[in-house]
Design a protein around this ligand. Structure first.
Ligand code: UDP
Length: 249
């Protein structure tokens, strides 16, 4: 099976060797409709500063980006790097927002959505929240994300039975991306997206940063104060800034 790759070079900006899409949320959702209608599986990455910085150290991780049909700008750091490259991006297209928008639209589109990832019960809670907020939204299944890579195909067979159009995978970078690519030919979701810790936020287990912190582009600092275990992830931010600054325009 062939993967569909980027077909919209005019709408991308190259950041640390990765072509990040500059589509707005509305344009991204319109593109998703086309992906679903095509009947072919598409792999989508939500790129944040830490993921892009980590990829500089891991060729296998870097190679994942080349296989994506779409790479969305997930963090303020990515928007900063795009501005610096002279190709500004008008808004973030984050995993949490994508889940919310796709669920809201599924009331009309009836696209089938599957939630995979996070600790036992969290994806179920996130699904319940979405059903309460968007009555009639079409979430067809959910499952925790704690299983070993050698169980990937068995989990994939389980998910395939739900015939999802959208598969949201919240298992952390790059585990979630590797899962998606390893199982894509079995699950065949029109769109499979890695969304990091999004179910923890959507379920209400981890509160989203207050708007003022988001506006100040300090969501990362707020998260760190809430959960000091995030320190290793946050430590990638200064590295990202350094890599972008030394990268030739
Ligand atoms: N997780 C999972 N399976 C694993 C490891 C982690 O489902 O084997 C979940 C974890 O519970 C959390 C998410 O993956 O909900 C990772 O969140 P984080 O914010 O660390 O993601 P990042 O975007 O930084 O990769």
């Amino acid at each position: 099976m062939s993967l569909v790759v980027l077909d919209n070079s005019e709408k991308t900006v190259r950041i640390l060797g990765v072509d990040v899409n500059r589509l707005t949320m509305a344009e991204t959702l319109a593109r998703f409709d086309r992906f679903v209608e095509s009947g072919e599986p598409h792999f989508v990455i939500t790129a944040d500063a830490s993921g892009l910085a980590q990829a500089q150290h891991d060729p296998e991780h870097r190679a994942l980006f080349a296989r994506a049909a779409l790479i969305t700008p997930d963090s303020a750091g990515v928007l900063w790097a795009a501005r610096r490259a002279g190709c500004p991006i008008s808004e973030r297209v984050s995993g949490v927002d994508l889940v919310e928008q796709v669920c809201a639209r599924s009331v009309q589109t009836q696209h089938r959505i599957f939630f995979l990832g996070a600790a036992e019960g969290v994806a179920d809670q996130a699904a319940e929240r979405m059903r309460q907020r968007y009555p009639g939204c079409n979430i067809v299944g959910s499952r925790n994300g704690f299983f070993k890579p050698d169980e990937d195909m068995a989990v994939a067979a389980e998910i395939a039975q739900a015939k999802p159009d959208y598969l949201f995978v919240a298992m952390g970078i790059p585990r979630q991306e590797k899962f998606i690519l390893a199982t894509q030919s079995v699950i065949r979701a029109g769109i499979a997206i890695g969304i990091g810790g999004s179910f923890d936020v959507i379920s209400g287990n981890v509160p989203r940063a207050p708007r003022v912190w988001q506006r100040l582009k300090m969501e990362w600092l707020w998260r760190l104060i809430q959960n000091p275990q995030k320190l290793p992830k946050v430590m990638w931010l200064p590295k990202f800034i350094w890599y972008v600054l030394r990268d030739k325009k």
